[in-house]
Design a protein around this ligand. Structure first.
Ligand SMILES: Nc1nc2c(ncn2[C@@H]2O[C@H](COP(=O)(O)OP(=O)(O)O)[C@@H](O)[C@H]2O)c(=O)[nH]1
Ligand SMILES: [Mg+2]
Length: 394
């Protein structure tokens, strides 16, 4: 009998794990020459009792193996395969989600296609017979990610980059450069990145149809903004590398992600400020200065809400929300003073004048305005990072 190992990464999947295991073993009837082994790679953060259920399953069946792994999907997958190679010595390494979203008969196609001579088979929602039954928002994400990956990371003939359902040979797995693969990062980037590294390692690949259903039990750990951010920065990293720049752009971008989110909020705030400023003038006939006063406060509250519930969401703070709003307003006032001082200084130094930009005269004061943005933003970020949303564990 030949062996296929199936890694099932889990993070709080108590409602799904047993059923998924059962369904995976059901595929043995369609794979008569194959023995299926399962490796459940449970995240140490799982706190819902997945571990107890999985351990009980492993005690009852020799072909079910249980390991506890450090946080992150990439760690679950890579450690799971390494465990399989060492302990199970399978002919094929496969991986599926543990949450019942993947219709498990894809395993049969994954295995039989490897037997045809491929060393990497990808379950794909975008080939004939494949289906993506997620919500509209998630469908847009999957299609956008697919398009971006095809264009920037490549190869362009692969259509599915962000699904876990895959199989490959141990020989291919051993050739993958794990030092370059960001598998220890707590993000789903390991999915497209693994594919990219597998291609670099010489994969002979094929896509087979996959039906991906909506989740019925438990909750998704996919943070769509973070994942999109990581795919874009990983794509840029790959492009830079292919041009000879080895600057670790992806890792750097992840370290400054909070700052990027904060800047995005600042940008949205500017649009909100401008929108209300014009609306109060045009619709209510308020004088510009009054309009600006109200529109700025609306923008401040808008930014506060977005930063509190998005940018700094993971921060544990001891201050109350109203205190935070108060500090945030004071910080913004500080930003206003800094901005005014910078414009004053630049004006005193360079005076009034025009500069020729593509044949058009542009007043110096435009540059004074834009010169305030980076320092004011940095001020806002630093004070809010260290004071307003200071992380305080008990
Ligand atoms: N070990 C481990 N497994 C994870 C982690 N994040 C997700 N998973 C598992 O990976 C699979 C896919 O994750 P899921 O949250 O369903 O993502 P989605 O299908 O894209 O919404 C599920 O079986 C999860 O339990 C993680 O950080 N560590
Ligand atoms: Mg899922």
């Amino acid at each position: 009998m030949r062996k296929v190992s199936v890694v099932l990464p889990t993070f709080n999947e108590k409602a799904n794990i047993e059923k998924t295991v059962e369904k995976v073993f059901e595929q043995e009837k369609n794979l008569p020459d194959w023995e299926i082994h399962i490796v459940i790679a449970d995240d140490i953060r799982s706190s819902d009792g997945t571990e107890e259920i999985a351990k009980k399953l492993a005690r009852k069946n020799q072909k079910i193996h249980f390991i506890k792994v450090d946080p992150g999907l990439g760690v679950g997958l890579i450690k799971g395969h390494q465990f399989a190679i060492e302990k199970i010595k399978p002919d094929i390494l496969a991986q599926l989600d543990a949450d019942g979203q993947v219709v498990p008969d894809v395993l049969v196609k994954l295995v039989t296609t490897i037997q045809e001579g491929y060393n990497l088979v990808i379950g794909s929602r975008f080939v004939t017979g494949g289906k993506n039954q997620l919500s509209l928002a998630r469908k847009i994400f999957t299609s956008g990610a697919s398009l971006f990956c095809r264009m920037v990371i490549g190869p362009s003939d692969i259509k599915e980059f962000t699904n876990s359902a895959r199989a490959f040979t141990p020989a291919l797995f051993e050739k993958i450069n794990l030092n370059r693969l960001p598998w220890r990062e707590r993000t789903f980037i390991v999915q497209p990145a693994f594919l990219h590294e597998a291609i670099l390692a010489g994969a002979k690949y094929k896509e087979v149809p996959l039906i991906f259903k909506n989740r019925l039990e438990g909750y998704s750990k996919n943070k769509v903004f973070n994942y999109t951010y990581d795919i874009i920065t990983y794509g840029i990293d790959v492009k830079l590398r292919s041009l000879g720049f080895h600057v670790r752009f992806f890792y750097f971008s992840r370290r400054v992600k909070t700052l990027v989110k904060f800047s995005l909020v600042g940008f949205v705030g500017t649009v909100v400020d401008f929108f209300f400023y014009k609306m109060f003038i045009n619709a209510l006939g308020l004088p510009p200065a009054t309009s600006k006063g109200i529109s700025t406060e609306i923008a401040i509250i808008n930014n506060f809400i977005l930063n509190n519930y998005w940018t700094f969401r993971y921060r544990k703070t001891k201050t109350r929300i109203w205190q935070k709003l108060g500090i945030f307003n004071l910080v913004s006032l500080g930003g206003l003073v800094i901005g005014v001082l910078i414009v004053k200084y630049l004006h005193l130094t360079f005076g009034d004048g025009f500069i020729n930009v593509f044949g058009r005269p542009v007043a110096y004061n435009n540059f004074y305005f834009f010169a305030t943005i980076p320092p004011v933003m940095l001020w806002n970020f630093i004070v809010n990072h260290f004071v307003t949303w200071r992380h305080q564990e008990d």
